[in-house]
Design a protein around this ligand. Sequence first.
Ligand code: EPU
Length: 439
Amino acid sequence: MDKIVIDGGRPLTGQVRIGGAKNAALPILIATLVAPGEHRIGNVPDLVDVSSMLSLLGRIGCPSLVHQGHVRLDTSRVSFCEAPYDLVRKMRASVLALGPLLARCGEAHVSLPGGCAIGVRPIDQHLKGLELLGARFELSGGYVHGYVDQLVGARIPLDVPTVTGTENILMATVVAKGESVIENAAREPEIVDLAGFLRGMGAKIEGEGTSTIRVQGVDNLRPSPNTWNVLPDRIEAGTYLVAGAITGGDLTITHVRPDDLRPVLEALRAAGCTLEVNADTVRVRRKGPLQPIDITTEPHPGFPTDMQAQLMALSCFAEGTSTIRETIFENRFMHVPELTRLGADIAIHGNTATVTGVSGLRGATVMATDLRASASLVLAGLAAQGQTEVLRLYHLDRGYERLVEKLSDVGATVARVPDDPRVRMFAPSPDLVAKTAAS
Ligand code: EPU
């Protein structure tokens, strides 16, 4: 498996173009099942999770063509109503097939995703919502088997505002008979994007982006004649802003929607960064020392859990003590022991991390077991003195498009190299790291 080698301590300067949002592209791709025909989707990020979703669609019988972020996907025929274990195991978001398959085929067989590194992650709310629409479920052989004769609109009060749960239910309500009201719905921008895509296919939806979504079911949906461009990835955007801030650089992210970044921008301002926000760009600069921050993760529009690890990496360098509370997932501090290996001073009590800033971190070999934790280690490595090796790149490939290239373009000394235990680099110069990567 490959690893990333970073020679840290260089301020990043320049521009980074942000890609389409992983967590919007995934539901949009599978939502095509509810409207048979050929779909065109643009600004689709080149990520392993996107390939996994297209593999799943291929397995179902829907071929696709991908070229430079544009996907053409043909959902005219569905020959198989199953999301098998080997795909769900690689990508939990495969559970998003449940609602669209029930809507399209009247049955769905989806491998249960199980827990994962960041927590238990049940799908009880997905099942509850779909049951209220008339579906019946059986659990056997590690699969959830769903059946429905006719989806019928209903009032669906969610116990928690789950993101993929809201999406799964929304994709079923658009073709259910009559009106549905999803209460306590998640309000994330990715849900607004999915609703816009569904509306382009003829769905009647109101209230997306608020906690009450109303849907009038329609008999048939058809692919939009227009290409739908996936919204910019607010988490990729936030991660690069932290890269600029943590290295004391001057970085501009482009092709973004600053409104979606509001809580992250507030945290960066509180940390002492200067921000210039324009229509679709944000510039971050930092000259003085970093200040401590106090953040609590919350559903949108609160501070996103997917940026918690990155802000924690930043707070390791602050002059003072930061407090970071994680309220969404029960096990999302796995980056803490690894940041500690780089020299960070972090104490955890329950869901709260207390980070005492240190004068600097020193490079080491680290690895993480989830996507955003891996990103936080890359960020810490960019600001640490010396060489950091981040192992298990599998996670980063799921969520960050061309990470090494984008970081190199703004001045980072970073390379992707095969993690061959027979090859070891001792105090390599940036030149040597670059040559090894190229070989
Ligand atoms: N929950 C339940 N029951 C359910 C569903 C969720 O109790 O049926 C709980 C979860 O255990 C968790 C909370 O509700 O405590 C929120 O989970 P949610 O369902 O909203 O998360 P998700 O839909 O599985 C999406 C993103 C995650 C992101 C979360 C929170 C996608 C594909 N994934 O997951 O993204 O962290 O929302 O914003 O959209 C990532 O990109 O790195 C990532 C993990």
